[in-house]
Ligand binder design. Structure first.
Ligand SMILES: Cc1cc2nc3c(=O)[nH]c(=O)nc-3n(C[C@H](O)[C@H](O)[C@H](O)COP(=O)(O)OP(=O)(O)OC[C@H]3O[C@@H](n4cnc5c(N)ncnc54)[C@H](O)[C@@H]3O)c2cc1C
Length: 627
């Protein structure tokens, strides 16, 4: 293994090439059995002069399930501990981008599943090093893949390069591909480029550098900042950043930027973090499903994957969160999975089994799905854990009343005009209040909606209600939800909800909402509702209410605003736990011109200025490809 690893790392000039760099970005045209990624990760780990962040982007032609990955993965070796961590995250790799984080989020693997040319065109970053794999002898083929690696694919590859990007490949790259690479701007090393005309399997390894004779075109980012400085500097120096709001959104942004070296001041109007919607005592983390696997479904899977990774890394299992899996009861009886749902999809969601239906007290004919990758989470614990990361300072009782441009950056002012923070960059993550802050700072108020919600909860008195069949052993959602067994205070609580009241930004409690929550539960889980009825009608039932913030299309609002250095991350709607961590990573990736944690096409759907375009037709927000 050591022998296999060395040529790969050497061919990319590693580890010497990344010394003194803040980030290093490797693009590999095939995930293969994961060996090359593991080698790069291992080298990064062993190098005291490693970059702060290692990005490894690997392409993969076909969807991969956990079982398929087990069959393919690199055999055990001294890298076995790393391979084991990789295996734990290699599940449900459907077409699209999948982000896996290791080493506290400092080693980031993005597996991109799909057709090579299309995937290369979707990339939004400039690689420092590219490895061409699977061209000479692609899996399942006996001859080189010259058909795929035509001039257009090589052009798409060149778009992922900066001047100086190193290119390497094993032996056997056909002459036609070498010629195309030269045509698009690569200069191939003579030593590695022999024999010149044979170009058949068996010829020596390839090495080169992207150094075209012309000025290469820069790719516009998925969500282009209006600030030209941001646009032309793909890796700005981390400076000082104020994040307004200490809920899931603000904490996730703070964590993602701090990991890249930013000094973060988190300002919140309340005296404690997670005092807004993120103060929800316990909520559910589960993917969304739809027959056409729509934007929200794909987005939610990207987000759930990342939140699960953060929860595993930062929270106490069984106390702060629990990866229980979750049953989704389709009370309307409408099927919700695509007709062709591959094995990789079943790693996420499948039809519920007869046992699961029975455990939920549902009839065998009820339509329900089982989400394997799902959990209950206490969002305030996640917020606290994220805010505790190095580089983040939290300030309570710091209500931002205005944002003004300063010489170099921004000032956040309180209502008395006192400066709360003076920074290079501001991220507004203030839930529904983001609307007012954005309106005053940019002159444009995005059409955000406040949606009040209340949950009902109570303690599971084990002595009073013995018996395992009273409540299901796992959370259930569908029409409303029930999280039946969550450690709470000195006992164990159930949580049922939640009401959904549009255009109400008042988080006070309302007795009528208990009735509405019970009614919902009667449809969702009739048995459980019968069991909890007496609790609902007693004074033991308790309430928690909060205000969600949602955009008209129910997708987060994320990215740069029209003002240079002013960004936004809000509108998580009813899915803050699925979306916030993903949005934090996406925002940081956009700031630094890094590989995105999700498909660029999905990222564009979140653009903060997508509603400004409606107000001002012709405004250029998205890149040339549009939505
Ligand atoms: C009843 C209910 C049930 C829910 N259930 C789930 C669930 O099961 N799963 C799920 O994923 N999501 C659920 N959600 C949604 C989830 O709670 C939210 O999407 C998420 O918490 C939003 O986080 P946020 O950081 O964007 O906003 P918030 O948590 O509201 O944070 C905004 C912060 O900004 C601060 N702030 C506001 N204005 C200012 C200012 N001017 N200056 C300084 N600070 C300011 C506030 O004090 C607050 O701390 C639920 C929501 C509700 C209400």
């Amino acid at each position: 293994m050591e022998q296999d690893r060395r040529p790969f790392l050497q061919s990319l000039g590693l580890p010497a090439a990344w010394v003194g760099q803040t980030q290093w970005r490797i693009l590999d045209t095939s995930l293969g059995n994961g060996e090359r990624f593991l080698a790069a990760w291992h080298a990064w780990k062993a190098d005291p002069q490693r970059p702060r962040l290692l990005h490894y982007v690997a392409l993969e032609a076909d969807a991969l399930s956990a079982t398929e990955w087990q069959r393919r993965a690199a055999p055990g070796s001294e890298l076995a501990p790393l391979a084991q961590q990789l295996r734990a995250q290699c599940f449900g790799l459907l077409p699209g981008f999948h982000r896996m984080a290791f080493e506290g989020g400092c080693v980031l693997l993005t597996v991109c599943v799909g057709e090579t040319k299309a995937l290369l065109r979707e990339q939004q970053f400039e690689a420092d090093a590219i490895y061409l794999a699977d061209i000479a002898a692609p899996a399942g083929k006996t001859s080189p893949d010259t058909e795929l690696w035509d001039l257009w694919t090589c052009k798409a590859l060149a778009h992922c390069c900066r001047r100086g990007t190193v290119l390497a490949a094993g032996p056997g790259i056909p002459l036609a591909v070498r010629r195309a690479l030269v045509q698009v701007g690569f200069v191939l090393d003579q030593d590695f480029n022999q024999p010149q005309e044979a170009g058949i399997p068996g010829c020596s390894s390839l090495r080169g550098t992207f150094n075209p004779a012309w000025i290469p075109k820069r790719r516009r980012p998925a969500i282009a900042p209006h600030d030209t400085h941001d646009l032309h500097d793909p890796a700005p120096r981390p400076g000082r950043c104020a994040v307004i709001g200490a809920g899931l959104s603000g904490a996730a942004v703070a964590d993602s930027l701090a990991r890249r070296g930013w000094q973060i001041e988190v300002l919140d109007a309340a005296s404690a973090p997670a005092s807004g919607a993120s103060g929800l005592p316990a909520g559910l983390l589960a993917p969304h499903i739809s027959p056409d696997d729509n934007v929200l479904s794909r987005l939610s899977r990207c987000g759930v994957r990342l939140t699960l990774q953060q929860a595993r890394a930062l929270l106490r299992e069984g106390l702060d969160w629990q990866p229980t899996g979750l049953l989704e009861h389709r009370v309307d009886g409408h099927a919700a999975l695509p007709a062709q749902w591959p094995e990789a999809g079943r790693d996420w969601t499948a039809l519920a089994s007869a046992l699961q239906l029975a455990q939920a007290g549902l009839t065998p004919t009820a339509l329900a799905y089982w989400h394997t990758q799902a959990a209950w989470v206490k969002p305030a614990c996640l917020v606290q854990a994220l805010l505790s990361q190095p580089g983040i300072a939290w300030h309570g009782n710091a209500q931002v009343a205005a944002l003004t441009r300063a010489d170099r950056g921004w000032q956040a002012l309180d209502s008395a005009g006192r400066v709360l923070a003076q920074v290079d960059m501001v991220v507004i993550a203030a839930g529904f209040d983001s609307r007012g802050l954005l309106a005053s700072a940019t002159g444009v108020a995005p059409p955000l909606q406040a949606i009040r919600g209340q949950i009902s909860y109570g303690m599971n008195a084990a002595q009073a209600h013995p018996g395992p069949s009273n409540l299901p052993p796992f959370p259930v959602n569908g029409n409303g939800h029930l999280a039946p067994h969550v450690p709470f205070g000195s006992g164990n609580a159930w949580f049922a909800g939640a009401s959904y009241e549009r255009d109400n930004a008042n988080a006070s409690h309302n007795a009528l909402d208990h009735e509405a929550n019970l009614q919902r539960l009667q449809t969702l889980l009739p048995n459980a509702a019968r069991h909890l009825q007496s609790e609902f009608s007693s004074d033991r039932v308790q309430a928690w209410a909060g205000v969600r913030c949602a955009a008209p299309d129910r997708l987060p609002l994320l990215g740069p605003t029209q003002q240079p250095g002013l960004w936004v991350c809000t509108a998580m709607g009813s899915r803050g736990m699925s979306m916030a961590v993903l949005c934090g990573e996406l925002l940081a990736a956009l700031v630094h011109g890094e590989p995105l944690p999700l498909d660029a096409r999905l990222a564009r759907r979140l653009a903060a200025q997508r509603f400004d375009a409606v107000a001002a037709p012709g405004a250029e927000i998205f890149n040339k490809k549009g939505l």
